[in-house]
Design a binder for this molecule. Structure first.
Ligand SMILES: C[S@@+](CC[C@H](N)C(=O)[O-])C[C@H]1O[C@@H](n2cnc3c(N)ncnc32)[C@H](O)[C@@H]1O
Length: 272
């Protein structure tokens, strides 16, 4: 499954059996966290990831993006990637033989240990994506993301490769590409050096299990609404206390599931 490359400084040089049309024009960067994406629409990447902090980090080589176009793996003159569902029903299903070949190609040069390189299918049936997952993916060397289309992927591929299914929420999109970009964005911003201010990732929503407190900035008064006085007091202790309280209240009100998890954790810590 693996095909080791030689590292020459930042550039990774290795033999490849990729057809010409599957080779990215950027040289691979050794050690940079990598998102490898199997998709029918490689042209939609990097998309929004090319903007702002993730785009700057991509340009600086803090992470890299490889797309594997599914179409060339398709069958016959028309490179068909899908077929009708076994047992009948609406829509089309991505073929196991086509996706299997693309996954094998995407696995080249990646570690076999899934902890180092998760293999993920974006799917509404998956485990809901969260900050802990983003952190876990960021600790890996990279990951491979499979973007579904149509009615999704033949189940045998998911079972054969032991693919992890990850959902962006309880709604259905037409394809996995937007989900992939959301997952990559949340992960890349946790990589060292990507955020200008590392503290902001530690202080924001979910880092401590709570939602973030409200934020304000200038002007001090806007259309009759003033910034809460405590934030203008310069008293750091009181500001921190106010923010903590706001976080707790917001979490209790909007996300009782998160609040309960934080309370359970606290109870367990107190007992131990
Ligand atoms: C139309 S959906 C397929 C939905 C599938 N028939 C079902 O009912 O679960 C096509 C593709 O979009 C992607 N997708 C749609 N909604 C998603 C979500 N909430 N999270 C992650 N991926 C999603 C998946 O890759 C999926 O294979």
């Amino acid at each position: 499954m693996t095909e080791k490359g030689k590292s020459h400084g930042r550039l990774l040089i290795g033999a490849t059996a990729k057809p010409r049309e599957l080779i990215e024009d950027r040289p691979a960067l050794a050690r940079a966290w990598t998102a490898r994406i199997i998709t029918l629409f490689p042209q939609v990447f990097p998309g929004v990831l090319g903007a702002s902090l993730t785009g700057k980090a991509l340009d600086e080589g803090l992470w890299q993006l490889d797309t594997v176009d599914l179409r060339p793996f398709g069958i016959g003159k028309h490179r068909n990637v899908d077929d009708t569902p076994a047992g009948g029903g609406a829509g089309m299903v991505l073929r196991a033989d086509v996706m299997g070949a693309a996954i094998d190609r995407a696995a080249q040069g990646t570690p076999e240990d899934r902890a180092d390189w998760p293999l993920i299918y974006l799917s509404p049936r998956g485990r809901p994506f969260d900050q802990a997952m983003a952190q876990r993916f960021g600790w890996a060397r990279g990951l491979t993301l499979i973007c579904g289309r149509f009615e999704g992927l033949d189940q045998r591929v998911i079972d054969h490769y032991g693919i992890e299914e990850v959902s962006m929420g309880d709604f259905v999109m037409t394809g996995g590409e937007i989900a992939a970009q959301a997952l990559i964005d949340a992960t890349v911003r946790l990589l060292p050096g990507v955020l200008g201010n590392e503290a902001s990732a530690q202080e924001e929503s979910f880092a401590s299990g709570l939602l973030e407190h409200p934020q304000y900035t200038r002007p001090a008064e806007w259309r009759g609404h003033a910034i809460p006085t405590v934030l203008m007091s310069g008293h750091h202790g009181k500001i921190a206390e106010w923010r903590r309280e706001q976080s707790k209240e917001l979490t209790k009100e909007r996300r009782p599931d998160l609040w309960q998890a934080v309370c359970c954790d606290k109870l367990n810590q107190d007992e131990n």
